[in-house]
Each structure stands twice: as C-alpha cells, then as structure tokens.
Ligand binder design. Structure first.
Ligand code: ADP
Length: 398
C-alpha cells in the first residue's frame, strides 16, 4: 500500500512516495520555482540517480501533474497506475483552535483551513493549494491534512493559555499552539517504544534542533508543553529567530530604530538567533562552530547561549512533568552536532544525566548516548516527518 506525502510551500512542493508495508521510500523529489520562470522538478527513484525535469509550472496543479508523471514514467517511475497510490498525506502547518487531529479533507475542512489561515498566512494558503491541486489531478483520492500544531493541542489550559485578557483567547484563539508537532509526536512515540516502561507513563523530552527549533515534553505521548507559541518565533534561540524575548524589548527596539512592529518582528525572525548573536557570522551552526574554534568570541557566546537556553527548557519541563525518563535529540543540529549535545547535557548532571562520549560520537542515526548508569536515558533519534505523515494518513483512510 503506497502513500504519497506532499509538503507544499508557496513556490515549492516536496514529495515522497512511501511503501507502507515496509515503510520504505520508493521515490522522492522537489518542485521549485512554481509560478515563476525556470520551474524545475528534481526526482529521485530510490537507488537511482536523480532526474532533473525542466517544465513550466504556472501553478501547483501542473507541479502535482508532473510529480504523477514522474512517478508513472517507464524509466524513473515506480508505479504503473495512479490507482497504486492509496491516499495523499499533506503537511499542513496551522490547524488553529479547530483541528486537534489529522483529518480527511473535504469541502468543510477546506473552508475551516481558510478560516485559520490568519494564524499562518505564509504557510496555510500554500498547503491548501497543494490539496486542491491533488483534487484536480487525482480526483477521488483521499487527501489527509496532518497538522504541525496537532501535537500541541494535547496541552492543558495551564500550559497553552497566555496571561492576557481571556476574551482575546476566546475571540481570536490567541494561545500557545506549538509547531514541529509531527516530529515531536513521531520521535516521542519511537522513544516510548525504546524506553521499555509502562507506555502511558513514559516522560519524554524531545529537542527538535534544526534551523527552526523547539522542545516538547510529553507523558505517554500526550503533550504537556512545547516551546513554540502562537507562532514559531517563541522559545529557543534558532538559526535566525530570537526565540523568547521580553515584549517590552520589542517596543523599545521599535522606538530606537524608528520602525514599525512588522519590521521589528522581521528582524526577530530573520536577523536574530545565532546569526544575530554571532555578529552576523552565519545562521548555520557548522559555520558558527568553525568561527568559535577560530577564536571568534561572539560565535562562542552564541553557541553557549543556545545550549544554555535548551538546557533551561529541559529543566523547566522536568519540573512540569515532575521527572523525566528520556531525552531525545533530533533534526539537523540534534542529530549531527556532537558538541551541542554534549554542551547541553553538561548542564543536566543534577538530573543524573551521564553522557558516554564514545556513544555520543554519532551523526544521523538512532543511538543511546547516555551511559548505562545514567538516571535519564538520552538518545539521538533522527526525525522522519514524511513517514509520520504517511502513518497518520494511513491511520485515517484505512
Ligand atoms: P530545518 O528543517 O529547520 O531547515 P534542519 O533540521 O535541516 O533544519 O537543520 C538544519 C541545521 O542543521 C543547519 O542550520 C545546520 O547548522 C545544522 N547542521 C547540519 N549538520 C550539522 C553538523 N554536522 N554539525 C552542526 N550542525 C549541523
């Protein structure tokens, strides 16, 4: 049984066709420059060289058509008929206060998706374009929306409410939603399987550390808290995002720089994080790591502040859950940055966390990096959002 997973941006579309019997990727690819000159599809059949197809894609509909053409192609294709694709799973970003779980998309759901688009104006409309394109190119096939915010909908009011006038929550849905939910759910679920403890009680902290980054804590797979908020700007220091900042500092920046709130939030989203803290070295942790090794003091402070903030969230979440059984690192930095993991865990010895340096010398693979004596198990667990979306899709349509 094959599931097509689609992740649509405003001018891009990533896809994977997954065989669910073996959970293996049959083919994957990326359409770029949709709606502008020079549209290109890069398609890779697993085990083969990639194929580059340059064809006009004035809209997402042509992009989805080209994806199906590539999947059906006699040379680089992997299916002989569209009937082989059982359903299509879509990464959808913001489900607002409406969607607490993945959903099969019909007319009503599309209307609701439009209604919550205010909360993610860059992402939700693009996600909807992808769904509508699939409806046109593959009529009758079920489309499932898998929300980045669904995992965070498991939080209790004490976690998700901001201490602002309550009517603002009721009227506009202003609350903490959290993002990277598909990844947090997937990794925490896999860690629960590894933990060998009663499933409903396992306390897990997942550090999803990529360019965008967030931490979550969950008990038995139910989200207790997560670090991103109404938007993905909150929480950890990220590649270019500031993470948590005093709103008073935002007002002061606006006054001092003589700019409006939109411009200020743009600075917080695009020019801050380790890019800003390192004095503009880079938003890429590898570059900042190199600069720090070369003695750049700003880069050193940027990396230490980053690790300190992650460790701070872990401590907060241990308190919220009254304990922790396992901590997992995932995404680009979490999976690959050996020093970042060691640095973060050096703040956690009070929890009885003990890292095995040899075991931590690992990149991009599942590994227990804590010693056998460590009171809390620490893992590296590569995230796989596409597989998580495919699993969700199958769960809904089966
Ligand atoms: P996103 O999906 O948010 O764009 P990723 O999960 O792909 O991000 O992570 C990208 C980040 O991972 C990059 O900023 C890069 O700094 C970091 N990264 C990748 N490989 C390494 C490595 N070997 N060491 C340190 N950082 C790494």
């Amino acid at each position: 049984m094959k599931i097509l997973v689609i992740n649509c941006g405003s001018s891009s579309l990533k896809y994977q066709l997954i065989e669910m019997d073996t959970e293996s990727v049959l083919a994957k690819g990326l359409c770029e420059r949709i709606g502008i000159d020079g549209s290109v599809l890069t398609h890779t059949k697993t085990g083969c060289d990639k194929v580059v197809i340059e064809e006009p894609m004035p809209s997402h509909k042509e992009a989805v058509q080209l994806v199906f053409d590539a999947l059906l192609d006699s040379n680089h294709g992997v299916i002989s008929s569209m009937d082989e694709v059982y359903a299509i799973g879509h990464r959808t970003v913001h489900g607002g206060n409406v969607f607490t779980d993945s959903v099969i998309v019909g007319e009503k759901e599309k209307e609701m998706l439009k209604e919550v688009s205010d909360l993610a104006p860059l992402h939700n409309p693009a996600n909807l374009l992808g769904i509508e394109a699939c409806e046109k190119v593959a009529p009758g096939k079920k489309n499932v929306a898998v929300w980045d915010t669904a995992f965070g909908m498991g939080m209790d009011p004490k976690s998700y409410l901001y201490a602002i006038p309550y009517e603002l929550y009721l009227k506009y849905g202003i609350r903490k939603y959290g993002f990277h939910g598909t990844s947090h759910k997937y990794v925490s679920g896999e860690i629960i399987k590894l933990a060998n403890l009663p499933e409903k009680e396992v306390k897990v902290i997942v550090c999803h550390l990529g360019n965008g980054a967030s931490v979550s804590c969950s008990i038995g797979g139910k989200c207790v808290d997560t670090s991103m908020g109404l938007t993905p700007l909150d929480g950890l220091i990220m590649g270019t995002r500031s993470g948590t900042i005093d709103p008073g500092a935002v007002q002061y920046m606006c006054q001092k720089l003589n700019i409006g709130i939109d411009e200020c939030v743009d600075i917080l989203n695009k020019e801050s994080g380790i890019l800003g803290l390192s004095g503009g070295v880079s938003s890429d942790f590898r570059d900042v790591g190199e600069a720090a090794k070369d003695g750049n003091e700003y880069a050193k402070v940027a990396l230490e502040a980053y690790r300190y903030r992650v460790a701070g969230y872990i401590g907060q979440y241990v308190a919220y859950m009254n304990g922790v059984d396992a901590i997992a690192f995932t995404a680009g930095v979490g999976e690959n940055d050996i020093e970042a993991r060691a640095g973060i865990c050096s703040y956690l010895t009070y929890l009885g966390v003990e890292i095995d340096d040899n075991a931590n010398n690992v990149r991009g693979e599942v590994a227990q990096i804590s010693t056998d004596n460590s009171k809390v198990k620490v893992y590296v667990y590569p995230t796989n959002e596409e597989l998580a979306i495919a699993r969700e899709t199958l769960r809904l349509v089966k």
